[in-house]
Design a binder for this molecule. Sequence first.
Ligand SMILES: [Zn+2]
Length: 377
Amino acid sequence: MNESTKNTNRNRDNNTKRGYIIAIAVAAVIIIALLVIIIKMPKGGPSRPVPTEKVVILSPIVTETQATPEVTAAPTEAPTEVPTPVPTEVPTPTLEPTPDPTPTQAPPTVTPSPKPRIVGGKTSANPAYEGKRLVALTFDDGPQVGATELMLDVLKKHGAKATFFCVGTQLSYGPAAEITKRAAQEGHQIANHSYSHPAFGKLTKEEILYQRDTNAQLIEKITGKAPTCFRVPGGGRGQTVRETIGQPIVMWDIDPLDWKFLNESHLKKYAEENGISYSEAESRWIDIILFEGLHTDLDGEYIWSPPVAEEMKHGSILLFHDIYPASAKAVDRLLTYLEENYGNYVYLPFDDFILTENDTVIPGKVYLTMWRTYPSD
Ligand SMILES: [Zn+2]
């Protein structure tokens, strides 16, 4: 073999080696590329996006659990309702640190909405009575000579205006009628408490109308003004009564039970049993009613009668009777106490009282307070 042949052989060898190397390299590149493709290519193909969706689903759960602590913040407003359900759902303690800033801001968005109008506020919503507590003092079953005049004197002393629910048979007595005339002249409202004070539950429509109209005529004759509201004897408020009376029916939310404890026979008996004077017995029972409260048997039911002085809320209707001198003394002591301790009570006749925060006084409605009526709205 000559040199040139050797060279060509060597060259051929080199060429084949180079070819191998290139082939191997290309193959390697291809293999690597394939591996890369295989690795990168999703096994499940198009279904792969689902897991990423699953991950997305997880994140709302986190935000939900972040949101729930806002509910835990709510108990400041509604402590009785919220606490029970929430603690069982929330106890992912790891999430607690994050929501802290939000809960303190969240509740205010709830607060402004609930009450569009002030109903039963602590003081009047009427700008003319700003900061005042308006109360309707009402007196039943008079006029009574020897008691109603005392009540009028007490009201005058305190600058209070009230409503007298007069009974026709009482008005028929001349001197008593004169007292009612005086009451009207002094700015009190004279209202209708039936002609002869029967139990209304047993009356027919005709009888109810007779009771209403006979007394209304008497009142108009004495005061020059027909009565505009009615109180049913015994406080009845049945459907027949409501439909027949055709006027606002006035009830009350505060009953001092003066008819039971400040009547003369009860006080006399109490004085005798306890070896004290009548006026001491009177004073003692006025204190019990106004400032202490008592448990008592009422229509077979044992009830707690709270102290009247603590029950006097803005919007209240108070029921007394102007047939006992002791009731006049009780009203005097009550109004004095409220003046000395609060100084913001204003006593208005029923119609004026309702109209301070209502557009009208509605016929057939039974008023328990300035806003609470029966049947309810
Ligand atoms: Zn009565």
